[in-house]
Design a protein around this ligand. Structure first.
Ligand code: MLT
Length: 252
């Protein structure tokens, strides 16, 4: 059976993939949606050991333990940063790569400054204000209130310790753009057409380094496309998985 590992974003957990996981399981895929350390049911790593590379090592262990050492891997936003770190360290684990609402470059000066301000705000006032501001940026302009409430509840389940450690780790992540041109496996880049955090121009820029990649825009979705348009995202993923499978089977 083909295994697919889906890496969640920030400050979320594996439940963000529940619709896609159910759909792909129904199509016969072995779907793994691990929680990263510090999220969902996982204790946080010590802050000084929390890096995108440590998260990637955790995903690599999951692939070795539960998928026979190789899987199709998808990463949403921060999960995409983790996927890139995994591709740099252990590309042999990744049969095909799916980048969802993410980017390959490091934080800009302003993005880093914004994260430090958010860290100060969370330490001072707790995470509620950060969650509200994040949801406003993550969802399309007129969000579906039920989906917003579900995403808010997911954020509230996360530990402040895990949030602070991951937010700090993202400020330190390296620029992975140079890696894109080296990727030879099937790749899809999926982006919400109304994504204000990693907009379609970012997805197209990623594709400019890997012309074999499929790029798909999800209509009526912001950054949180897998939750905002779950059926459309599942459908695009199915198409990619079928194409990737054919391409991989045709290889000598
Ligand atoms: C995410 O959705 O995982 C975040 O937007 C990632 C980030 O803060 O860069």
């Amino acid at each position: 059976m083909d295994s697919i590992v889906l890496i969640h974003g920030f400050p979320l957990d594996s439940a963000m993939w529940s619709e896609q996981a159910a759909c792909l399981r129904g199509r016969g895929f072995h779907v793994l949606t691990p929680n990263l350390p510090g999220f969902g049911d996982r204790p946080a790593l010590p802050p000084e050991r929390t890096t995108m590379e440590a998260f990637a090592a955790d995903i690599r262990e999951c692939i070795q333990r539960e998928a026979g050492g190789r899987a199709i891997v998808g990463g949403f936003s921060m999960g995409g940063y983790v996927l890139l770190a995994l591709l740099r360290e252990a590309p042999e684990c990744v049969a095909a790569a799916l980048f969802v609402d993410t980017r390959a470059d490091a934080d800009s000066y302003d993005a880093r400054k914004g994260r430090y301000q958010a860290i100060d705000q969370i330490r001072r006032d707790g995470p509620a204000g950060f969650f509200d501001a994040s949801l406003t940026r993550m969802m399309r302009k007129r969000p579906d209130e039920k989906i917003r409430a579900a995403a808010r509840a997911m954020m509230e389940r996360q530990s402040v310790e895990g949030i602070l450690a991951a937010q700090t780790a993202m400020t330190k992540r390296r620029d992975q753009t140079d890696l894109l041109a080296e990727l030879t496996m099937p790749v899809m880049v999926l982006v919400g057409a109304e994504d204000a955090i990693t907009p379609p121009s970012v997805a197209l820029n990623m594709q400019s380094h890997m012309p074999h990649a499929m790029v798909v825009q999800v209509v009526s979705a912001g950054h949180l496309a897998p939750m905002e348009q779950p059926a459309a995202v599942s459908g695009h993923m199915e198409t990619f998985l079928a194409t990737a499978k054919r391409a991989l089977e045709a290889r000598p």
